[in-house]
Design a protein around this ligand. Structure first.
Ligand code: NAD
Ligand code: WQD
Length: 348
């Protein structure tokens, strides 16, 4: 029988792409999301893209901090596993509003874990982040690197990782995979789903995309005096569909093996500078991205990229796409949906 997966935050950027890959892989998918940073239209599009599997997707508008609502979802379906994306993710906002981040991300997660345990569903994939490597002393980052947090958002990831390790240590029935994503970019190749952040984008590629469609005049490049080939910061950009497939690989591992609590990097293992990424996007879009050079952004690391060996070896997963495909698909999404899922009127 098809397995049922609860996807928290499934209307969001990574969640919607993962929901689609799950449906296409034959899973039943229930999404819970409070739509705080997303639109239900994303899920309508997922259904359209899922074709014959569309009816295997259900959605409940639920905030994970609403214990009764979460209970009700678990009472209505018996889940084989949970993929937990739901959370706030803006680093700068987390510095301004730490309590909001601790409340939303940590209380939401504790509620979810308690309800899961009460319903005997103890199989979890959690969205962690390369942010837990802080400013790495060397690259590539392996899963054994020391962990640190440079801001409250990062601390929520660290705390939740620790909570997961603790609950699995206390109860061996838990099977947990923590996935540390590097820099997810791009969109589904159809151009029908993609990233649609509220307000001014914090991340590089959503900003570049908004410059390309004329919503912003230029990209500010944060720092061109790093010790890198062109002076700009280096990151490991990963296509969101590769990332989504990484979750299916993680689920397969959880269903097939005695896992305990394991952690895997999801990246490509390749580093790309800001200027290289901009050049790849300009090529894909045939648009010029005006640049303004500025000082370093506080808290930014110089060079971050993943060691992908553990995921390749143990999850049998490897990223397929390079930056050309990432930029091609990002532009396809942007040009078809210059205002994301919304209209120009309700966008900053
Ligand atoms: P996103 O904001 O697009 O998706 C997160 C979703 O969670 C949104 O739809 C939001 O409405 C929902 N949500 C937030 N709080 C909720 C709550 N209390 N109850 C129910 N729903 C809630 O972000 P994303 O980029 O898809 O990220 C998904 C996960 O991956 C997050 O946990 C994020 O921290 C993590 N992550 C993202 C990146 C990245 O660069 N995008 C990198 C590493 C890790
Ligand atoms: C990438 C590069 C910037 C914007 C963040 C979070 C991390 C994770 C992924 C969730 C850097 C430069 C950016 C701009 C720029 N998210 N840049 N101008 O900082 O690697 O990671 O997203 O877990 O936690 O911290 O990603 O996309 O913000 O920046 O020059 O307008 O682009 O300085 O070198 P980052 P990013």
């Amino acid at each position: 029988m098809a397995k049922s997966i609860l996807v928290t935050g499934g209307a969001g950027y990574i969640g919607s792409h993962t929901a689609l890959q799950l449906l296409l892989g034959g899973y039943n998918v229930v999404v819970v999301d409070n739509l705080d940073n997303s639109s239900e239209i994303a899920l309508q599009r997922v259904k359209e893209l899922a074709g014959e599997f569309a009816s295997n997707l259900a959605f409940h508008k639920v905030d994970l901090r609403d214990r009764t609502a979460v209970e009700n979802v678990f009472s209505s379906t018996k889940f084989d596993a949970v993929i937990h994306f739901a959370g706030l993710k803006a680093v700068g906002e987390s510095v301004q509003k730490p309590l909001l981040y601790y409340n939303n991300n940590i209380i939401g997660t504790i509620n979810l874990l308690e309800v899961m345990a009460a319903h005997g569903c103890k199989t979890l994939v959690f969205s962690s982040s390369a942010t837990v490597y802080g400013w790495p002393k060397e690259v590539p980052c392996t899963e054994e690197f020391p962990l640190s947090a440079a801001n409250p958002y990062g601390r929520t990831k660290l705390f939740i990782e620790e909570i997961c390790r603790d609950i699995q240590h206390g109860d061996a029935e838990w099977k947990i995979i923590l996935l540390r994503y590097f820099n997810p970019v791009g969109a589904h190749s159809s151009g029908h789903i993609g990233e649609d952040p509220r307000g001014i984008p914090n991340n590089l590629m959503p900003f570049v995309q908004q410059v390309a469609v004329g919503r912003r005049p230029h990209l500010t490049v944060y720092g061109n005096d790093y010790k890198t080939k062109d002076g700009t910061g280096v990151r490991d950009y990963i296509h969101v569909v590769d990332l989504a497939d990484g979750h299916i690989a993680a689920l397969k591992k959880l269903f097939a093996a005695d896992v305990g609590c394991e952690v895997y990097n999801l990246g490509t293992g390749k580093g790309t500078t800001v200027l290289e990424m901009v050049a790849a996007f300009e090529k894909a879009s045939e648009k010029k991205i005006p640049l303004v050079m500025a000082g370093r952004r506080p808290g930014d690391a110089e060079v971050v990229y993943a060691s992908t060996e553990k995921a390749e070896r143990e999850l049998n997963w490897k990223a397929n796409y390079g930056i050309e495909e990432m930029c091609r698909d990002q532009w396809n999404w942007a040009s078809k949906n210059p205002y994301g899922y919304g209209s120009p009127d309700n966008k900053d």
